[in-house]
Design a protein around this ligand. Sequence first.
Ligand code: ZN
Length: 312
Amino acid sequence: MNTRLALADLAASAFRKDRPGLAAKALRRIIGRVWSDGFASAFYSHNRGKPALWPGKSACLTLSFDCDHEADYRAMPELLDALAGEGLSASFACIAKWVELDPDSHLELIRRGHELVNHTYTHPSNSRFHPDERFNEITPGARREEIEMADRIIRVRLNYRPSGFRTPHFGDSHTRDVYSVLAGIGYRYSSSRISIQCPGYGMPYRESDGIWEFPLSFDPAYPNTCFDTYNRFPRTDGPVPAEQENAFFGRIEKIIGMAMDTGSYVNLYFDPSDIGRLGRFRDFIRFLGSLKTRLWVAPYERILNEWSRNSV
Ligand SMILES: [Zn+2]
């Protein structure tokens, strides 16, 4: 391993600590400010030369959307049209309470060829359904109930079998006990962690109980977080300033370039309600469409189905 990769590995270890000390926190900040591109490039370089995982393509990308609030559903028609314009399928993490309230919106997602992901029954800490408690603060039994209940409702109300899960707020709210629950109801994957905190340099990997974890790609400028529009563009009345948006999408496009260069995987998450605030989002979707010959844009389940066919 060359020095640059070894240094990036050492730096990445600062992000894997559950309770980072002062030194690890300082290192995180320094990397984001002064070594973001170099660090990200070294991180993805570890995947160069690994066995080809993406059928006929250089890299793979999943577009995922968490549907937590009414505003997310209001934004859905515009979002679905943008995706359809480029023939892209995405993964939508859905709360079963919303499925009960608005089954038609979810049936439309399925009809349009998108994937539904179990995002719990009430989404602990959701202001409408379950305020005041985060997913990691409820009991293991309550976590199991949240997942199993959502699974039942999605299957019965939508006649759809989900095969994956996303922890509400993922990252720090995620707990490892979910994997045995997921295995118990026949699920195949979770997408609930940030890649920098995981083994495998952003690639999907197996967690306990045989469950695949598809980690969310980290934002090089804020390496312990994903490309999070919610935190990056705090609520304001007006649209997001163009220079902030350009920098944000510029970083995503750079990561996609690094992934195509190294055979890596990119896993993005957006809130549908933010799409209307981001003037460049449609351009970004067109950009993804233009990369189709080299970049495989696929929902989680489709990737696993492809791997099953090829015995990965
Ligand atoms: Zn959520």
